[in-house]
Design a protein. Structure first.
Length: 103
């Protein structure tokens, strides 16, 4: 297993190259790793809700535990096994605090 020297993410082996799916860094690899990632779709990365423009997310009425504001952006992620409920995340529209709610 190798890590990207630029962004420190795990690099995947495709053919004779190690490729970072986060930043796109590539390098020739002589590793004996057998992991090959094949995807039928291009750019199949899982979106992570960080450092993006959250104003594009839906909003709902939720009380912020930090500032008491009554509106927050929200999104859902499956963090545990598929047979367990998803987790709903909220981010305050006023102060930016992020918290979660388990279903």
């Amino acid at each position: 297993m190798e890590f990207c020297p630029k962004c420190k993410s795990i690099m995947f082996y495709v053919g004779g190259k190690a490729i970072c799916r986060k930043c796109g860094y590539e390098k020739e690899s002589d590793s004996k790793e057998t992991l090959v990632i094949k995807s039928k779709k291009k750019n199949e990365d899982v979106p992570v809700i960080e450092d993006i423009n959250v104003q594009t997310l839906p909003t709902t009425k939720a009380v912020c535990p930090a500032c008491g504001n009554n509106e927050a952006y929200w999104w859902i992620r499956q963090l545990r096994a598929a047979d367990e409920p998803e987790v709903r995340f909220y981010r305050c529209t006023k102060c930016g605090k992020t918290w979660r709610e388990y279903s």
